[in-house]
Design a protein around this ligand. Structure first.
Ligand SMILES: CC(C)(COP(=O)(O)OP(=O)(O)OC[C@H]1O[C@@H](n2cnc3c(N)ncnc32)[C@H](O)[C@@H]1OP(=O)(O)O)[C@@H](O)C(=O)NCCC(=O)NCCS
Length: 163
């Protein structure tokens, strides 16, 4: 593992990230406290938070947000502007009106299994598993587990085909 990606580019914020070999990171990215596996490509305007893990030979396209608690296995495609969610009951403040801290909410983890693909604009609610080789259609809202090899579309996402 290395502290820097395999390429140089301007305007990147990279803090405490573990990179595998030959990771490519585009400009205008914000990556912190995460791990990114060998040969993965991260597009521009992507944010990957502390606690997220991205596997080997993945493609994460521009404008995607990967939050804490998300595990993306190897060879996964994540389209443009995909949003992962890890807090199902978000609140800015506690009952006392104080700003919430990490102790005041429950993180719900998500797993995207090997060779799955997530279409552009999809929203992935926390606490789901997207099975190996599954395909999430563009704009889908994933609220439940997706079986391996299944194509899902819509809001809430429903299966339309098996691959
Ligand atoms: C879901 C998807 C794989 C289906 O492709 P396909 O197998 O070629 O299916 P079709 O285009 O024949 O559509 C089948 C049906 O699903 C519907 N459909 C297709 N994609 C849909 C989507 N994203 N959301 C909702 N419905 C969708 C079609 O309208 C069609 O409905 P109908 O039978 O009532 O007419 C594809 O449309 C898709 O969304 N791919 C993701 C693309 C993407 O985001 N790429 C990333 C970066 S370029």
């Amino acid at each position: 593992m290395a502290d820097l990606p395999g390429n140089d580019a301007p305007y990147r914020l990279i803090d405490d990230v573990r990179f595998g070999e030959d990771v490519i990171v585009a400009p205008f990215t914000n990556l912190y406290g995460c791990a990114i596996g060998d040969e993965t490509r991260i597009g521009p305007f992507v944010e990957i938070q502390r606690g997220a893990t991205i596997g080997r030979r993945c493609k994460v396209q521009s404008h995607t947000f990967v939050c804490d608690g998300v595990t993306i296995e190897d060879e996964v495609f994540v389209g443009h502007n995909v949003v992962f969610i890890n807090d199902k009951q978000p609140r800015a403040t506690t009952d006392d009106g104080e700003l919430q801290t990490a102790e005041d909410w429950e993180l719900v983890p998500t797993i995207v299994e090997r060779r799955a693909s997530i279409g552009s604009g999809a929203i992935v609610l926390g606490g789901v598993r997207i099975g190996a080789g599954a395909l999430v259609g563009a704009g889908a809202v994933v609220t439940r587990d997706v079986e391996p090899g299944t194509t899902v579309v819509g809001s809430p996402a429903r299966a339309i085909a098996r691959r």
